[in-house]
Design a protein around this ligand. Structure first.
Ligand code: GLC
Length: 553
């Protein structure tokens, strides 16, 4: 094991800013692969599938919470920060997963749930004994429900207040999510230290960083909306210093579902979070595709500030939560619901609980186009498990369970996920998303499958640093509304990306500024010259929902 670590250190650890052009894969251990037939995916099951992930080309796995938990919020309700949920395996298994991933040049980051714990956590069990208990001040208490009235409720479908009464403490406790997830009190230095200690434990086990859950809500202050407060940033800077000291190449990825100017603050001066999800761009990709109009993407990119050189955005199409519509206007939200969630069951809180393929009508070209946008816009992309093969959702399951069904490996009834006839969640059996129609094994045999398109996009992206490091500039074209056409440039490399959002084929003319092109540019996938040059303009025929990635240099 030790020898492997040395090899890993030489090959991977010394890559500074690796996250600038990493390709992430979000994976829910319970849903991925069940190695022991108990119906729950487990860590050994993930180890068995590392070759698959390496072959797909991703180079960083993000694991959803794997800690002991009553699972009222699928593990985001942590009952013990220092162990592995028994359904998933042991700490030893986890260490092996990290080592085996590293051998394949895949990094591993995991969720760090800073804002709250489960009410089953021993800290809360102590805290509720009353104000005299030393742990009481680990949480946020009040004798009334009056405080912090300007803080919104996030889980609107289930919670009607951010305060809940605790019968034992005879006081109200503060929670931004489910009432079974009391918020930790970051005004208490002991809490701050305790969570640094948690981070250290996992870094010492060898992981490469954290996806930091729900960070805007760490601190509460009267008269504010209790989000993005200066004291919250101070703590995150402290966490960054701590991580830099203990594991310099590890990253902090921020889950701050906020407007770009507010998320920008989480990068600090390059001394806070390394990465941040770009939440507002995501719904706008769906908006733009349905409207066949680039305007929503243009507007949000326009509104996105510059970030420090050592920081990076994280882009995604879907994840384990609802497709959140918090970062759109009320009017846009209604429109998105009408378009993408026509049935009430498809809606959740302020979002849409559906997967990528069904959202895009299971239309192959549209799914591929969405991926073309994901892999070429600024930021490092994340693929959500199963979206690389176009898995469907199950809107009949509660909460967000419908987008967390078992990974479909083959066409068998349990999709090759488990030998158990009753897995933790039913396999999606709805045609055309059932295992007989959607599974890894079949798609690996078919060079025209979504799996292969995704794999190729990843491979091509990895060979061009302009995607991760480059600047972004819109290109002048004959169809600025229907076609998202832009340049990505880095150190002398210049790429031109064309995405036809419309359902019609388009004769596109693109101005090629300041560059004398003598030959039509090669397509990055095939190397074939594409289009024709006429008077310094490039003429390309784009198929309906077609895309081109071209190399101008
Ligand atoms: C984040 C997670 C979500 C979870 C919530 C509370 O938003 O993505 O799944 O329910 O935090 O921890």
């Amino acid at each position: 094991m030790f020898a492997n670590n040395i090899a890993y250190n030489l090959t991977m650890q010394k890559t500074p800013l690796w996250y600038k052009d990493a390709i992430f894969y979000e994976l829910y251990i319970r849903a991925f692969n069940d190695s022991d037939g108990d119906g729950h995916g487990d860590i050994r099951g993930v180890i068995e599938k590392l070759d698959y992930l390496q072959d797909l080309g991703i180079n960083c796995i993000w694991l959803l919470p794997m800690f002991p938990s009553p699972l009222k919020d699928d593990g985001y309700d942590v009952a013990d920060f220092y162990n592995i949920h028994p359904d998933y395996g042991t700490l030893h298994d986890f260490k092996e997963l990290v080592d085996e991933a590293h051998k394949r040049s895949i990094r591993v980051i995991a969720d760090l749930v800073l804002n709250h714990t489960s009410d089953q956590h021993p800290w809360f069990q102590e805290a509720r004994k009353g104000p005299d208990n030393p742990k009481h001040d680990f949480y946020v208490w009040s004798d009334t429900q009056e405080k912090y009235q300007d803080a919104r409720i996030i889980f609107l479908d289930t919670e009607d207040s951010n305060w809940s009464w605790d019968e034992e403490a005879k006081r109200y406790f503060w929670h931004r999510f489910y009432s079974s997830q009391p918020d930790l009190n970051y005004d208490n230095p002991e809490v701050q230290e305790a969570m640094l200690h948690v981070a250290k434990f996992w870094l010492d086990l060898g992981i490469d960083g954290f996806r930091c859950d729900a960070i805007p809500y760490l601190i509460e202050r009267e008269g504010t909306n209790c989000e993005n407060l200066p004291e919250t940033h101070l703590y995150l800077k402290k966490l960054r210093r701590f991580v830099d000291e203990h594991a310099a190449d590890s990253i902090l990825l921020s889950e701050a579902n906020q407007w770009p100017e507010d998320v920008r603050e989480y990068f600090g001066d390059g001394d806070e979070m390394h990465m941040a999800f770009h939440f507002p761009v995501m719904p706008r990709l769906f908006m733009a595709m349905r409207k066949e109009d680039t305007t929503p993407i243009r507007e949000i990119i326009e509104r996105t500030p510059e970030i420090p050189q050592n920081a990076q955005w994280c882009t995604f199409l879907r994840n384990h939560d609802e497709l959140t519509l918090e970062m759109v206007t009320e009017e846009e939200r209604q429109w998105m619901w009408e378009q993408y969630a026509p049935e009430p069951r498809m809606r959740q809180n302020l979002g849409i609980r559906r997967r990528l393929a069904p959202l895009l009508d299971n239309d192959f070209n549209k799914i591929v186009l969405a991926n073309s946008l994901l892999f070429t816009l600024p930021g490092s992309p994340i693929v959500y498990y199963g979206d690389e093969i176009g898995m469907g959702d199950n809107i009949w399951l509660k909460d967000r369970d419908g987008v967390r069904t078992p990974m479909q490996w083959n066409a068998s009834p349990q999709a090759g996920f488990s030998s158990n006839a009753e897995p933790y969640s039913p396999v999606n059996n709805e045609v055309p998303y059932d295992p007989a129609h959607v599974n890894v094994e079949d798609q690996m045999r078919d060079l025209a499958s979504l799996y292969y398109v995704t794999k190729n996009m990843i491979a091509v992206r990895k060979t061009h640093r302009a995607f991760g490091w480059g600047t972004f500039e819109w290109a002048n074209s004959s169809h600025p509304t229907q076609v998202a056409a832009y340049y990505r440039r880095h150190e002398g490399e210049e790429l031109l990306i064309l995405n036809n959002l419309s359902g019609e084929s388009i004769d596109l003319w693109v101005e090629i500024p300041e560059r004398q092109l003598f030959f039509p540019p090669p397509n990055l996938f095939t190397g074939r010259a594409t289009g024709e040059l006429v008077d310094g303009r490039l003429h390309v025929k784009l198929a309906s929902h077609g895309y081109e990635w071209l190399k101008l240099t």
